[in-house]
Design a protein around this ligand. Structure first.
Ligand code: PNS
Length: 159
């Protein structure tokens, strides 16, 4: 059985992420969306449970997907769970520069390979941070994140 992990902060999940999960699920028997702590980012808008719930709701159309979380090194999770692949989306050369050293480090540490899917052009400019910034100041992010995520962001910012 081929298993792949899609790791990330997902604070919150966007339609670009969901597109990558949907496409990855066609190439692997099981996809695990792994909500991980990024030591370089401050504590997020949503807690880990909220992020996982939003991902579960956004991926209910994908039968071979599960959502999990991990607080340590990514490669410790992949090794312990016999996962041979990581899958990530690439929007631009900025992503490439950010992702290449992580992919190489993860491969050196454990042998796990990283597979990159080119982001659909519809979603090339979307990021969780940009959507949060727009929503924070009352801008409309519908169509960029799932509808339930729009509502959750509005609820956080209007509180
Ligand atoms: O969505 P992000 O924040 O860009 O995801 C980055 C993430 C979570 C994949 C990266 O920070 C990560 O792998 N964190 C787990 C800790 C780890 O393994 N660090 C070494 C990476 S080479």
């Amino acid at each position: 059985m081929t298993k792949a992990v899609c790791p990330g902060s997902f604070d919150p999940v966007t339609n670009g992420h969901v597109d990558i999960f949907t496409r990855a699920a066609k190439s692997f028997d099981e996809i695990i969306v792994l909500v991980t702590a990024n030591p370089n980012k401050q504590s997020g808008l949503f807690n880990i449970e909220e992020r996982m719930d939003m991902i579960r709701q956004a991926t209910s159309h994908i039968p071979n997907i599960k959502v999990d979380t991990w607080g340590g090194l990514l490669v410790d999770y992949t090794t312990a769970n016999h996962v041979g692949a990581l899958v990530k989306g690439l929007r631009s050369s900025l992503d490439y520069d950010y992702e290449l050293p992580m992919a190489q480090m993860n491969r050196r540490l454990s042998g796990v390979d990283t597979f990159f899917l080119m982001t659909d052009e519809k979603y090339g400019y979307i990021s969780s941070s940009l959507c949060k910034e727009v929503a924070k100041y009352g801008g409309d992010v519908s169509g960029l994140v799932p509808d339930h995520v729009v509502e959750a962001m509005n609820a956080k910012f209007r509180k």
